[in-house]
Ligand binder design. Sequence first.
Ligand SMILES: [Zn+2]
Length: 103
Amino acid sequence: MSGPWIKVYDAANNLEAHSIKGMLESERIEVQLSGENLSAATGELPTDVLQVGLWVQEEQVSSARQQLERYENTTYNGWKCHHCAEYNEGQFEICWQCGHDKP
Ligand SMILES: [Zn+2]
């Protein structure tokens, strides 16, 4: 495969970018990140607040978008812990703060 690279997602930070990259790569989708190298080079902004772009090859854009849609659905289905009132993102099955189960 040698198609052009298409940006499919803007991650809010490095952590999100790498978790999405891992998710896509587990579906055999090749991913390149943009932004993080730039920020590391300037040394001014902490990399975790800089947006990171995720790029995939043209042939894999549609399958990447499907995965991203699934990712966003689970993320947006956040929940609030009944025990400690901490807000958790949808992909977590237990509260990251106190370890209680998702209600
Ligand atoms: Zn909790």
